[in-house]
Design a protein around this ligand. Structure first.
Ligand code: ZN
Ligand code: ZN
Length: 220
């Protein structure tokens, strides 16, 4: 544990309570799945339910990283994670007890800062005092999520390459998700009226003029 925290802190340029929670959740999940952590292979896939400090702690303890395709962000804004043994489909979700913060504060010696109290409790309290562990079944298609290395497609509209079978196919047409309508961006100057961050009228982006509206796509 101290080695893992040092690694996480180095990555992160500081050590903080959420990294400690993440690292301990990773180790605890390894015990429940009866697998040695941190993994050096791709056997375990972890779904972290928020990004930030916590995710670095989880990564260091589990050996699962976004860059290795063994960590995925499901952004529910929660300090919680589900660890899946992809060989057996066995999975556990680990989360702090909902009353953990309150209990740490109640046990805080007088004069101790809140932050220090969290750091101390998260490093020293036993697992049972910190977390609940729930065996779960995934409701997403694990094989589809992992896909197969080397799969490539080209979007018939924007021409960009799509890997990991993330394309959308309908009636013989191939589209990337953005071109199929599932997008988080719009061309400069063409944000929809309901976009919360629409550029102010008259705003310009260096060297870029607003693009004309694209021709309507028949898809789908
Ligand atoms: Zn932090
Ligand atoms: Zn496209």
């Amino acid at each position: 544990m101290p080695g893992l925290l040092a690694q996480s802190a180095a990555l992160h340029r500081h050590l903080c309570p959420r990294q400690v929670l993440g690292a301990r959740m990773g180790l605890l999940a390894g015990q429940h799945l009866a697998l040695s952590f941190p993994r050096t292979d791709k056997r375990v896939l972890v779904f972290v339910e928020t990004d930030g400090c916590f995710a670095d702690g989880v990564a260091v303890a589990s050996g699962c990283w976004l860059g290795r395709r063994t960590m995925r962000l499901v952004d529910h804004g929660k300090v919680a994670a589900t660890f899946v043994d992809t060989r057996t489909a066995q999975a556990v979700r680990v989360a702090p007890h909902p009353d953990l913060r309150a209990r740490v504060q109640a046990a805080r010696p007088e004069g101790q800062k809140r932050w220090d109290a969290y750091m101390a409790a998260y490093q020293t309290w036993p697992d049972e005092a910190l977390f609940r562990v729930q065996p779960v079944t995934l409701t997403v298609d694990l094989a589809a999520l992992i896909s197969v290395a080397g799969k490539r497609a080209v979007c018939g509209r924007c021409g960009e390459e799509i890997v990991n079978e993330r394309e959308v196919r309908a009636g013989g047409a191939v589209r990337c998700r953005a071109c199929a309508g599932d997008t988080y961006w719009a061309p400069w100057g063409r944000a929809p009226l309901n976009c919360p961050r629409r550029p102010r009228a008259g705003a310009t982006l260096r060297g870029v003029s607003p693009q004309p509206r694209p021709r309507p796509d028949p898809f789908p």
